[in-house]
Design a protein around this ligand. Structure first.
Ligand SMILES: N[C@@H](CCC(=O)N[C@@H](CS)C(=O)NCC(=O)O)C(=O)O
Length: 207
C-alpha cells in the first residue's frame, strides 16, 4: 500500500498513527497537497492529502482510509463496536476534522507554513484570535470530555487520534494547551502525543 502525504499534515498523521497501531507495512510518498505527481493525482480526486493506493484501490480522505484499514486489519480495534461508543468516536473524529482543525492549524499556518515554507509573512493577528478567542471555547468543551486516558470507553480509538493530531502542529508553532486553565486536556494531549504510534507518525518524512 502506498500512502501519499507529508507527515506535517494532521490528516495524514491520523493515517500514520493507525498504520503504526496496527503494524501495517506501507510505502510512504510524503508529497504536499496538489502535488503534480500523476500517481498521487489519480489517488486523490481533489488533490487533498492523505490518499492511498492499495494495489490499484485508490482512496482519499483520512476517515475513509481509516475505515478501510480497520476492515482489513481489525486488531487492535480503533473503531469501537458498541453503538454509543462508535457513534461518539465518529463524533470526535468529525469534531477534530471540521471544528478543531480549522482553528488549531492557524498558528502553524501563520508561523511555520507562511514564513518558513512560502517565504511570506504570517498573520499574527489571526494567530492571537485563534489562541485567545476560538480555541478556548473548543478547549472548554474538550476539558469536560476528558475523564480518563481515552475519550471513548476504555481503549485508544479514532476519537483520540483525530482530536490529538492537530496538537502536534500547535506544538510546532510554539504553543501548547495552558495546563493551569485546562489541566485534564493538557495532560491528555501530552500523554497521547507520547504514545509510540504518535511518536512514529511525527517522525515520518515530511517531504
Ligand atoms: N477531509 C479530508 C481533509 C484533508 C485535507 O484538507 N488535507 C489538507 C492538508 S492538511 C489538504 O490537502 N488541503 C488542500 C486543499 O484544501 O486544497 C481528510 O480527512 O483527509
Amino acid at each position: 500500500m502506498i500512502l501519499y502525504g507529508t507527515s506535517l499534515s494532521p490528516y495524514v498523521r491520523k493515517v500514520l498513527v493507525v498504520l503504526a497501531e496496527k503494524g501495517v507495512a506501507f510505502e510512504h510518498v510524503p508529497c504536499f497537497f496538489h502535488s503534480p505527481d500523476a500517481a498521487f493525482q489519480a489517488a486523490s480526486p481533489v488533490g487533498k492529502i492523505p490518499a492511498i493506493d492499495d494495489e490499484g484501490f485508490k482512496l482519499a480522505d483520512s476517515t475513509a482510509i481509516i475505515v478501510y484499514l480497520e476492515a482489513n486489519h481489525p486488531s487492535p480495534a480503533l473503531l469501537p463496536a458498541e453503538a454509543k461508543a462508535r457513534a461518539r468516536a465518529t463524533w470526535f473524529d468529525k469534531f477534530g476534522d471540521t471544528e478543531l482543525f480549522p482553528v488549531i492549524i492557524k498558528p502553524f499556518f501563520n508561523r511555520v507554513v507562511m514564513p518558513k515554507m512560502m517565504g511570506k509573512p504570517g498573520d499574527e493577528a489571526a494567530v492571537r484570535k485563534a489562541l485567545t478567542e476560538d480555541l478556548p471555547k473548543l478547549y472548554d468543551y474538550l476539558e469536560g470530555e476528558v475523564v480518563g486516558p481515552y475519550l471513548v470507553g476504555d481503549a485508544f480509538s479514532i476519537a483520540d487520534i483525530s482530536i490529538v493530531t492537530g496538537f502536534h502542529n500547535l506544538r510546532l508553532a510554539g504553543e501548547a494547551v495552558d495546563a493551569g486553565r485546562w489541566p485534564k486536556l493538557a495532560a491528555y494531549v501530552e500523554a497521547t502525543l507520547e504514545r509510540p504510534s504518535f511518536a512514529k507518525a511525527v517522525a515520518a518524512p515530511a517531504n
